[in-house]
Write a protein that binds this ligand. Structure first.
Ligand code: DQA
Length: 167
């Protein structure tokens, strides 16, 4: 019997996100990173994808993660956390990803410190979602699945048909 590969969406998380749940809960909420991972897995399963969910506190390791998934992932969700605002290396790695990249932030970075308004990632991202909490990851996964269906010519998903109607 032939094995069918389930396509994968990579979800990459940067520094301090391992402490979600206890990290500044007034800002970031009480959901843990494990809760976010479970939400990503559930959402991806609903649209027919696996999730490769990772977190690191180290810039070079985040670059390595991007290299590892850059040719195999059907899409990449990235919350580079503080490296969003500082890392040309992370941006350069994401620029080499074949599939679409969606930048996600739990908080609305534009309503916070001035230095959070600039993102090195945004210029190489297809979409940016900020301020929706963990739901932003789920929105990103659904969007990537819709884009993938569009490019693969697979049966269309409602979001894609809606987007076409409004194009
Ligand atoms: C964050 C926003 C960043 O500015 C911050 O450094 C983070 C988390 C967010 O998800 O809201 O660590 O990416």
């Amino acid at each position: 019997m032939a094995l069918t590969m389930v396509p994968t969406i990579a979800v990459l998380n940067g520094p301090n996100l391992n402490l979600l749940g206890s990290r500044e809960p007034a800002l970031y909420g009480t959901a843990t990173l494990a809760d976010v991972r479970d939400l990503c897995r559930r959402t991806a399963a609903e649209v027919g994808y696996d999730v490769d969910f990772r977190q690191t506190n180290h810039e070079g390791e985040l670059v390595d993660f991007v290299h590892e998934v850059r040719e195999t992932a059907s899409g990449v969700v990235v919350n580079a956390a503080a490296y969003t605002h500082t890392s040309i290396a992370v941006r350069d790695a994401l620029a080499m990803v074949a599939a679409p990249v969606v930048e996600v932030h739990l908080t609305n970075v534009h309503a916070r410190d001035e230095f959070r308004r600039h993102s090195y990632v945004a210029g190489v991202a297809t979409a940016v979602i900020a301020g929706c909490g963990p739901a932003g990851y789920a929105f990103a996964i659904r969007h990537l699945a819709a884009l993938d269906a569009q490019t693969a010519g697979a049966p269309r998903m409602p979001e894609v048909d809606g987007a076409r109607q409004h194009a």
